[in-house]
Design a protein around this ligand. Structure first.
Ligand SMILES: [Zn+2]
Length: 320
């Protein structure tokens, strides 16, 4: 917190969990090309920052998709900071490819932020906000942080500044946000002038702190410890730092995939398609895109899957 100012910040640097996400991908024989690795790392850091900022009870899912050699990138942060991420690379890419040449060739790329409640009630919707990977004048944005800042302003009406960076060892980010002034909208008449003055002061505070945050360099964010980063940026500010609560779970790798879900997915392909795969390969093998876990279904398993499927319509017919 910045004492006496409506500005707050969050700083995260993920090491073990990020290395684990990359290790699983390498084990699966599909290590990410450098620019994809770095963009995905920025997404994981951003998902952790946004999750800690809103403390949502469920999954915060960040997706970037569009056209280009990368089809889709996904980063998920659960409320207990269980994290996972994956990217689908379909084409060749340059070693220095930026956001637009990875996933926004024709400026049709998008970023979606989904909030999926943990114990969803029947009929309860997930919340999703979508923002394009372009700026006010339709120009392609080259930094994920610019896309997310735009999203926060458009969808949440919150002025936000983000600095994100990743390499093969760390995924890190700094988020600075201007807090809404409590009750400002309810004040009217003579009180309004005072609120306007407060608002201008608050805005100056936010702008100054946001500018200091933006001066943070990639290698500083990736390499320096928290105290050093905060001291370098905000040594003139009245900063109050909160230590992480050690009883809270630390960020860790976590994947929600299961044999049950894969079974449902296979059923969704339809009996003909699945019989075709069985005839050709002898079994249906599905590897989780996030954790690499492999699920195998032989002809007996498949028969079992579709047997339960066939029972459902019979039961509903009987009811009529
Ligand atoms: Zn998995």
């Amino acid at each position: 917190m910045f004492d006496g100012m409506p500005v707050r910040g969050v700083l995260v640097r993920l090491t073990d969990v990020w290395v684990e996400i990359l290790r699983r991908r390498t084990m699966a024989g599909a290590a990410y090309p450098l620019p994809v690795q770095n963009l995905l790392g920025e997404m994981v850091a951003a998902a952790a920052l946004m999750q800690s900022n809103i403390k949502f009870n469920g999954a915060l899912i960040l997706q970037v998709f569009g056209d280009g050699p990368v089809k889709l990138l996904v980063a998920e942060a659960q409320s207990d900071f269980g994290l996972r991420a994956t990217a689908t690379v379909v084409g060749e890419l340059a070693p220095d490819a930026g956001l637009s040449s990875l996933v926004n060739l024709n400026n049709e790329g998008k970023c979606a932020i989904t909030l999926d409640p943990r114990d969803r009630l029947p009929g309860q919707q997930t919340y999703q906000g979508v923002v394009r990977l372009s700026g006010e004048d339709n120009e392609k944005l080259e930094k994920l942080s610019d896309v997310l800042q735009r999203y926060m302003r458009q969808s949440e009406q919150l002025d936000t500044t983000m600095v994100l960076a990743a390499d093969d060892r760390s995924a890190a980010g700094l988020l600075i946000q201007r807090l809404p002034i409590a009750g400002a909208a309810n004040l009217a008449g003579t009180a309004r002038a005072q609120v306007d003055t407060d608002d201008v002061d608050a805005n100056e505070d936010y702008q100054r702190i946001a500018m200091l945050a933006s001066s943070l360099q990639r290698d500083e964010l990736l390499g320096l410890d928290t105290d050093t980063v905060l001291r370098r940026l905000f040594w003139q500010e009245n900063l109050r730092r909160f230590e992480p609560v050690l009883t809270d779970p630390l960020p860790h790798f976590s994947c929600a995939c299961s044999r049950d879900r894969v079974g449902k997915m296979i059923r969704g392909l339809g009996a003909d398609e699945v019989q075709g795969i069985l005839a050709e390969l002898g079994e249906v093998e599905v590897a989780c895109e996030f954790c690499g876990a492999q699920q195998r279904f032989d002809s007996v398993d498949v028969a079992q899957l579709f047997k339960t499927d066939l029972k459902a319509p019979a039961a509903s017919t009987a009811r009529h």
